[in-house]
Design a binder for this molecule. Structure first.
Ligand code: IMP
Ligand code: MG
Length: 178
């Protein structure tokens, strides 16, 4: 066991059960208008992969990579697009898939940016929401778990690119955040 891995915040079984629940809700809500899932790299790729397989609709995928300006641990809200989408969003039912919403600044930027591209609808599904840290009121259609404001890793979330492959979410007990 890695000593940098602290308390388990969401276990593997709990995660998988929530993914199934979210998949069912999305399947019900998007009948007749299959969504285009937009994953925010890299963190969302594990969740998006499981979530997509829990949705019984002909979904399509696209990915975007962004980086926040500012210090390593605090996002400033100024976001740079490192990889843009391949697909045109005009008339599409876009569902942004996020791993975690912390300050909400990254998401606020993404929402505004994608809304300007003429989608038929734009909603957000986040696996995790950190309690009470949002600087702007995030408009989140689907939330997996609300968690205390500690730094967490696993299931896509990293510290310096490590721990993304853990099948559960745990507090990071090491020093620094990579
Ligand atoms: P926000 O703009 O403050 O909401 O930051 C969102 C991004 O910061 C997420 O998409 C993650 O990449 C990263 N992040 C925020 N909190 C954590 C955490 O606890 N562990 C790992 N990454 C995190
Ligand atoms: Mg990260």
């Amino acid at each position: 066991m890695d000593s940098n891995i602290g308390r388990i915040v969401v276990g593997e079984a709990e995660l998988q059960a929530m993914v199934k629940t979210l998949g069912r809700r999305i399947t019900d809500d998007y009948q007749g208008r299959p969504p285009l899932l937009v994953g925010v790299l890299k963190g969302a790729f594990v969740f998006m992969s499981d979530l997509a397989r829990a949705i019984e609709l002909p979904v399509e995928f696209d990915f975007m990579a962004v980086s926040s300006y500012g210090s390593a641990t605090r996002t400033s809200g100024v976001v740079r697009i490192l990889k843009d989408l391949d697909l045109d969003l005009t008339g599409r039912h876009v569902l942004i898939v996020e791993d975690i919403v912390d300050s909400g600044l990254t998401l606020a930027y993404l929402r505004k940016n994608l809304a300007a591209r003429g989608p038929a609808s734009l909603e957000v599904c986040t696996l995790l929401l950190k309690e009470g840290l949002q600087k702007t009121e995030p408009d989140l259609r689907y939330i997996g778990f609300t968690i205390p404001p500690a730094f967490v890793v696993g299931y896509g979330l990293d510290v310096g690119e490590r721990y993304r492959n853990l099948p559960y979410i745990a507090e990071y007990a090491g020093s620094g955040r990579g």
